[in-house]
Write a protein that binds this ligand. Sequence first.
Ligand SMILES: [Zn+2]
Length: 291
Amino acid sequence: MPLYSIGMPHRDHLYPLLAAFCIVNAASGIFLTQVQAAHISQNDQSIYAEGIGTSPATFIRATSSEGTINLPILVYHIVRPSYPDDSEAVRAIALTPETFDAEMQYLAEAGYHIVLFSDLEDNLRNNKPLPTKPILISFDDGWGDQFTYAFPILKKYKYPATFFIFTNSIDHKSFMSLNELRELIAAGMVIGSHSRSHPYLTKIPDSADLWDEIYTSKITLEKRLGITINQFAYPFGQYTAAIAMLVEKAGYRSARGDYYTGEQKVSRLYELSALNAPTTLALFKKSFPAR
Ligand SMILES: [Zn+2]
């Protein structure tokens, strides 16, 4: 069941929520309280910094000349019909279902092969071959829109994708429910962790709080879904070398950062580079040529 009707005035109930949870202190477990208290205009939607190609100042540079693989990791946030009053920040990362469908169709026509993070990990760690023109599809934040609009299209093309969920969002209004996450898994989709409360991890001074965001979110997802969670995506793409090490220590097999080069390296399994998916088919084709 959709989490909300598209006929409802979306701005009043959806985006203030999104804006509000990103300002919640990591120590605060329940963001809904903050949501009710916060009255934030669309211009203040700082979470969209995540969607506008910011690169972390603490970006860890590769130091070796090891083999690399060219494997773009696409990040989608919003797939839903557009609204006339969508803010610029929303437009920058939103795709209509039609555009998303066209991008998926184009990938097949242009000879791309959809792979999963586990395929990339096996390639980098064990030289397991990848199909030609591999590409990876991921979704962030667990929006109900993704289930309603993107999931049916992924099923139509039989494309597996990875959905990064922050655990506080599950079963809350506008986000996917536990049952919907189970449906994704049953259809071959993969669930990864996007932390517990979607904080800026780089602004958390307390290591116990960091561990809670990174490790507890993994355990929570595993317990609630009955699967192993192997991938992590840094909220806002922000991390440090120490945070990346914690992610590895927590038992993840890889982590997605936010700095796009298209190139992946074994030394950077915990800072895989990704890019926000282009929001028009023309730009998408330009970014991913057929040959
Ligand atoms: Zn996010």
